[in-house]
Design a protein. Structure first.
Length: 208
C-alpha cells in the first residue's frame, strides 16, 4: 500500500511525472504545428495550359426510372507534355427543388453507384485519374441509377489539375466540356440484347 501511494503521489521528477510532461510537450508541439504555415496544396502542381481532346462520350438519352446505365467520357492528351492530373467535373447528378421549407433542397436525379476507378478527390463532383503522358487516353466511367423522372441535363468539364495552376485548353478548337439531355420516364425502357457485344441496349438508342 505504501508503494502504491508513492506511485500515485510521484513528483514531477519521477518516472510517471516525466511521462506526463513528455505527453504534454507532444500535444503542445502538435498544436503549434497546426497553427504554423502549412505548405500550399498547389505548390507541386505544374503551372501551364494543357490541351485536351474529348475523344468520345456516351450516355443513353432515354432512360427508365430505376434503370442503371453508364456515363462514359474518353479523353486524350494530344499535347507534348504530361497532364499533371486529368480531371472531370460532372454537374447534374443532383438537382435543387424550389421549396423554401425544405432543409436540404438538393435531390438526386441519378444515384452514383460507382465512379471512375481510383479517381475520388476531395472536390465535390470531381474525379481525377492522375497524370497522363502525351498521346495517352483515359476513360471516365460512372455507373448510375435514374431515380427522378423528367427531363434533365448532365454537364461535364475536363480539367488538367486540381489546384488551379494547370488548365485544360482546347485542342484544335475542340471542346473541353460537354452535355447531354436525358428524359427519364416512369416506365422501364424498351431494351434488347446486342448480338455483337452482349450488352443490354435500348431500341433505337442514340448516344452522344
Amino acid at each position: 500500500m505504501v508503494a502504491s501511494r508513492a506511485v500515485r503521489r510521484s513528483r514531477p521528477g519521477t518516472v510517471p511525472g516525466l511521462a506526463r510532461a513528455a505527453a504534454l510537450a507532444g500535444v503542445l508541439t502538435l498544436l503549434a504545428g497546426c497553427g504554423g504555415s502549412d505548405p500550399r496544396q498547389d505548390e507541386n502542381e505544374t503551372k501551364g495550359d494543357y490541351p485536351v481532346e474529348i475523344v468520345s462520350s456516351s450516355f443513353p438519352r432515354s432512360q427508365g426510372l430505376g434503370e442503371t446505365t453508364s456515363l462514359r467520357v474518353k479523353v486524350r492528351n494530344p499535347g507534348d507534355e504530361t497532364i499533371p492530373a486529368l480531371a472531370m467535373t460532372v454537374d447534374g447528378f443532383n438537382t435543387r427543388i424550389k421549396n423554401p421549407e425544405a432543409q436540404d433542397p438538393k435531390r438526386p436525379v441519378w444515384i452514383v453507384n460507382q465512379g471512375p476507378y481510383n479517381a475520388d478527390t476531395a472536390l465535390v463532383g470531381t474525379w481525377a485519374t492522375g497524370n497522363v503522358p502525351p498521346g495517352e487516353t483515359r476513360t471516365f466511367a460512372w455507373q448510375v441509377t435514374a431515380v427522378r423522372p423528367g427531363t434533365h441535363t448532365l454537364r461535364y468539364k475536363v480539367g488538367a489539375g486540381l489546384d488551379g495552376k494547370a488548365r485544360a485548353v482546347s485542342y484544335k478548337g475542340g471542346p473541353t466540356d460537354g452535355s447531354v439531355t436525358v428524359r427519364i420516364s416512369r416506365r422501364p425502357r424498351d431494351t434488347v440484347v446486342d448480338p455483337k457485344s452482349g450488352d443490354v441496349v435500348e431500341r433505337g438508342d442514340s448516344s452522344q
